[in-house]
Write a protein that binds this ligand. Sequence first.
Ligand code: BG6
Length: 513
Amino acid sequence: MASGASRSHRNPLRDERDKRLPRIAGPCSMVIFGVTGDLSRRKLMPAIYDLANRGLLPSGFALVGFARRDWADEDFAKIVYDAVRANARTPFREDVWRELSAGFRFVQGTFDDDDAFARLASTLTALDEVRGTDGNHAFYLSIPPAAFPVVCDQLKRSELAQPHDGRWRRVVIEKPFGHDLASARKLNAVVNSVFPEHSVFRIDHYLGKETVQNILALRFANQLFDPVWSAHYIDHVQITMAEDIGLGGRAGYYDGIGAARDVIQNHLLQLLALVAMEEPVSFAPAELQAEKIKVLSATRNIAPLDENSARGQYGPGWQGNEKVCGLLEEEGFAKDSTTETYAAIALEVDTRRWAGVPFYLRTGKRLGRRVTEIALVFKRAPHLPFDSTMTAELGQNALVIRVQPDEGVTLRFGSKVPGSSMEVRDVNMDFSYGEAFTESSPEAYERLILDVLLGEPSLFPVNAEVELSWQILDPVLEAWAKKGTPETYESGTWGPASADEMLARTGRSWRRP
Ligand code: BG6
């Protein structure tokens, strides 16, 4: 009690070690390869503006676009401007824009063009002078993995990858980190042959989401949940990432990749790791990673795979009031494509805490609605001292972490229905970000880009996590590859019947969020 009291009497605002103060990046620049792509316009450019608007970028920050287009700096600035006006989270401010855009440069070239990389090098040297970027440069590879080797090689040969005199060089890579364990290893070897592991930042944008970081706060800042956070009380865990959109326009990336590689290998297994891991010794990056690695090493598929996995492909149907086509009619997809747009797997975590608790992961396109959530579904009370009719509508207790939209946490439990009988029915107790906090949450990419510039690696999966995730997924992908065409489900529904059967076999069912 004494130590608690003395801590609460300390005035944290006077404490120089107060970690709540905003963290501002030091002098630096960022180069984006693949700057004309969709991700860059929808997420990266707006996030950079939002960071500048929040005062978190250094005043001389520079942004360099590298692409094939024959653009001048002004054309590039116009593209960024349009992207910011369309997609930035924070209001547009002329003074912020003027200062930020003064640091925009464009380098025209292809990845195999040595001269273009020489021009990139001299552009960065010039920026060091005029913008004071001080030799600190981040290279964001928003490009297909097939292009990683050539770009890494060019960065090495043009000496852009090597830091000088205590300055830093970092590389940021976007998924997919390979398409199986073997290819991921090759890819990592290529990247690590140029950038040491501590300079490699692998983006999993789910880790940049506030609601995902809140899993750690919920679990480790409270006394309330830990005692029930185990096989003693939890029946199973459901991790759902459902999307209502289809894949029109994304064939180039998605055909042949599918839902499991696109989303389960990274986002959903990272969510599982955060839910299932033990408390880290501290939040130092290495400690956090160590716990995630431990839990992923203990994660296995539940056998037999046939009964404990499901995949589907959307057929025609409805999205809201709109009639939509099936995947095979979407532009760019092979007419006999076997790419799955829905994937579900059942895993178990072989540890004392989780023995016997299935973790069900599912994701899909063109489902009933867009929702990502983690539901910890509790065992039923061992005894109910009510007439059975009184509890006919009582389900299992659940703690639901609502990742998006409608961010928050729901606790579901039974409550007496007002009236003369002792009827008990499920009710919800809700925490909602919108109501609890006045500030809106930063976009995931704001947080992650800032962390790259600060050299703060906590929210970036390391090589070992990527490899372990492929190790979990590879056997499922192999089994599916042998089976040929996935089952079709109607757009706007909750996926293929086989996914429902997968849970029904053990007397469980998917939540209908
Ligand atoms: C990406 C996937 O990683 O996440 C996309 O490649 C998916 O297929 C997207 O649509 C969803 O992100 P969010 O943040 O909207 O849930």
